[in-house]
Design a protein around this ligand. Sequence first.
Ligand SMILES: NC(=O)c1ccc[n+]([C@@H]2O[C@H](COP(=O)([O-])OP(=O)(O)OC[C@H]3O[C@@H](n4cnc5c(N)ncnc54)[C@H](OP(=O)(O)O)[C@@H]3O)[C@@H](O)[C@H]2O)c1
Length: 324
Amino acid sequence: MNILVFGKDGQLGKAFKAVFTANTLEAQHHIDYVGRAECDLASSQAVKTVLDQLKPDLIINAAAYTAVDKAETEVDLAFAINATAPEIMAQYAVANNATFLHYSTDYVFDGSKDGVYTEEDLRNPLGVYGKSKAAGEVAIEDMFANLPLDSKAQFAILRTSWVYGDGGNFIRTILRLAKEREQLSIISDQHGVPTSAEWLSSVSLNLVLNAEGQIKPFPSGIYHAVPSGETTWHGLATLAVQSAIEAGIVMRVKPESIKPILAVDYPLPAPRPMNSRMATDRLQSVLKRSGDELIQVQLAQLLEPWDKPVKTYVRHLVHSKLIT
Ligand SMILES: NC(=O)c1ccc[n+]([C@@H]2O[C@H](COP(=O)([O-])OP(=O)(O)OC[C@H]3O[C@@H](n4cnc5c(N)ncnc54)[C@H](OP(=O)(O)O)[C@@H]3O)[C@@H](O)[C@H]2O)c1
């Protein structure tokens, strides 16, 4: 089968490359990894051309316009990449009986819910980035509406949050600042779940591939995909700095001296949801339905708390000399 990964140079795209290389999938399938140089997602024609040339059976769209604050002034570009490009990918999938794996964000919600968001909760994005991602979700859903009964086309939109991996992210920024500065003030009233790109790529493949590495049927739709538990940006920063110190890094800022502040006291161009917590029951129930031993292992992985992988990630940054 042909697999096409968009976004090869992003955190999630690199995680897919790593997971495909680590098991037998790369030997088993023809996998194309595409970055900005090969296909500018702002160009509808470029997306169509790549799809027509590479003829994927499985499209993984790990690319996105992710500059949340810059999106406030680059509205058309954000919508072209986050809404129009996925719509074209969905159109290809529908026309060619392909499987489409796409990613979205907690930022499609306004964060005002008193509790955990489910997939049925209404989208109400606060900023342009969230609006463009929400428009992408709707475009994909619309494209897959009214499929012929014999169609094998299927899609999954995995909504995730606070992603970290091989690339720029909050954890790496905090570790750099904690080495440079005397004092750090971090928002403590926005709640969410840090998600490792490596974990996300692996969970995603559990949803769409069977034990033989072939595409399996699954119910098309939106799935929330985050580890269990929750924290705040302040909680994440504290754990990251603590983990770096335990791994032997000297920090000017100590974890206990990181000052909690309110989001209203740290205004940014794009508003962020105060509550980003998302329930993963739908993904759990689809994985449970398969019932075999492998799935049980995968389910356990889905239910892993968020903090252990953060510690492992920070240790990896230290051992790889990505922070010194
Ligand atoms: N990061 C988060 O905290 C977070 C949170 C919730 C959801 N998500 C979602 O998770 C998915 C993966 O995010 P990520 O963290 O892996 O993002 P990322 O590290 O920012 O990677 C995004 C990739 O998209 C590529 N891209 C952007 N504009 C492009 C264009 N015009 N043409 C071609 N490629 C383009 C970028 O290319 P360059 O490398 O050339 O810039 C980059 O490699 C996205 O759908 C994102 O919306 C992320």
